[in-house]
Design a protein around this ligand. Structure first.
Ligand code: HEM
Length: 439
């Protein structure tokens, strides 16, 4: 996409096309010949896995839309019709619903990989920000899609989330009415949610195109976090990474298939098999698992507006991350202190996710009140969420800015090749004594 091209059209038709629309050249330069660091590990296969997830969601979604009816009187029944009467409708629907979860598993791994190896740092800030835009669009798409089956959790989830906008001063009520298309979540809401749920994945596909473009200008980061210095540091994308990505995609699809075929409802909520009833509120309204950490942040703050702002702020921070982390060293391989804080951060996100799925008032953590000298009111999961929320924000606003200036990183290798070539296993024959020879 940028720089020198080694593409040589072979046939007459390729030469003809190349002088008019060099699309084969573009494909050759970006997925065949693209110089890729030779030390990429399996964490780097998730970009490809995500592209496959997006493809699966688009194809299965388009087929579902052929049979789905976006009307409050028919939506639930049309989904049951897909499950029972449409040829392989059950498969398409389970692929789509579980596909959303698989998409989020992959995107979280992809993002934490970026956080660990400092892939958001210069010169990849735009690449990272485009990723954040994709993530926001994914969250919106997932939420809109979950409303479509018009089950109990669809309906009441939509009520809770759309009502959040009502917390905004002055404009809140107007925004909520505008989102609903009326004065409650009803048919106009379902209609517009369907329309947007169809639109957004194509916008995601467009931003993914920009994401890959922004990747191909500076090239990949890598586990060592040091820049590519010479041709020796890279290998062509094909066949090295087409094969590696292909293997990872196959393993990922096996895991995906195990959900679709053996446990298709494990990640969903049983209440969504009850048709929506505005008069009966489920005892516990929970979002899909991938929103739980943010749901926990929302509920951790006693004030509604404060909670909404903290929740959106927790995602907003990701956009400015490249300027919050002051360290010159990219990879946490060479930042032992930062690595420790990072591990606590990952744990914090898991704790937030766990807390987000709990009823806020029911649970008591035995012994915590005595241990923390808190009164009985303070020892529920809300408090755990509060501590985790504090750490979440402190990680971005205090730990990363301060550590970069104060820590002493380990010495970085001169090049990508150096740690590979200096490893005893790669020493020239005879140079590294085998265990037998050593004796
Ligand atoms: C539909 C969703 C997405 C797709 C299809 C996608 C695709 C890709 C691909 C193919 C790569 C190159 C291979 C790799 O590094 O794994 C990549 C790299 C990258 N992506 Fe994404 N991505 C998506 C979402 C995101 C999100 C949500 C973020 C962050 C918020 C993100 C941040 C990055 C970064 C920083 C890199 C550079 C990695 C490096 O070279 O170290 N991506 N993406």
């Amino acid at each position: 996409m940028s720089g020198h091209s080694n593409y040589e059209p072979k046939t007459g038709i390729e030469r003809w096309l190349d002088t008019r629309l060099p699309i084969v050249r573009l494909a050759y330069d970006s997925i065949i010949d693209f110089p890729t660091p030779k030390n990429l590990n399996y964490w780097w296969t998730f970009g490809g896995i995500l592209a496959v997830c997006l493809g699966i969601q688009l194809v299965t979604g388009i087929i579902l839309a052929m049979h789905y009816v976006p009307h409050v009187d028919h939506a639930f029944a049309s989904v049951e019709h897909i499950m029972r009467d449409v040829n392989y409708g059950w498969l398409i629907r389970y692929m789509h619903s579980n596909g959303a979860s698989m998409f989020f598993i992959a995107v979280y791994i992809h993002m934490f990989r970026g956080l660990y190896y400092g892939s958001y740092k210069a010169p990849r800030e735009v690449l990272w920000i485009l990723g954040c835009v994709i993530y926001l669009l994914m969250m919106a798409t997932g939420f809109l899609g979950y409303v479509l089956p018009w089950g109990q959790m669809s309906f009441h989830g939509a009520v809770v989330i759309t009502n959040l906008f009502g917390a905004l001063p002055l404009v809140g009520e107007a925004i909520t009415t505008w989102l609903w298309g009326g004065f409650a979540v009803d048919n106009p809401t379902l209609n517009r949610f369907f329309s947007l749920h169809y639109l957004l994945p194509f916008m995601i596909a467009g931003v993914v195109g920009l994401h890959i473009w922004a990747l191909h200008v500076p090239g990949n980061n890598n586990p060592a976090g040091v820049n590519v210095k010479s041709k020796e540091d890279t290998v062509p994308f094909h066949p090295y990474y087409t094969v590696k990505d292909g293997f990872a995609i196959t393993v990922f699809l096996l895991m995906f298939a195990s959900f679709v075929f053996y446990n298709p409802n494990a990640l969903g909520h049983p209440d969504n098999y009850i048709p929506a009833n505005p008069l009966v509120t489920p005892s516990h309204i929970v979002p899909e698992w991938y929103y739980l950490p943010f749901y926990a942040i929302l509920r951790a703050v006693p004030d509604k507006l404060g909670g909404v702002l903290m929740m959106f702020g927790s995602i907003g921070l990701l956009f400015v991350l490249p300027w919050l982390d002051t360290s010159k060293v990219r990879s946490m391989r060479y930042r032992p202190t930062a690595r420790m804080y990072f591990l606590i951060f990952v744990l914090t996100c898991l704790v937030l996710g766990y807390c987000g799925g709990q009823l806020p008032d029911d649970h008591v953590i035995p012994g915590l009140s005595t241990f923390m000298l808190l009164d009985a009111d303070l020892n529920s999961f809300v408090w755990l969420s509060r501590i985790a929320t504090l750490y979440y924000f402190a990680y971005f606003l205090i730990v990363l800015p301060v550590l970069g200036l104060t820590e002493t990183p380990l010495p970085q290798p001169e090049s990508i090749s150096e740690p590979v070539l200096s490893h005893p296993a790669n020493a020239p024959a005879g140079a590294a004594a085998s265990p037998e020879k050593r004796g």
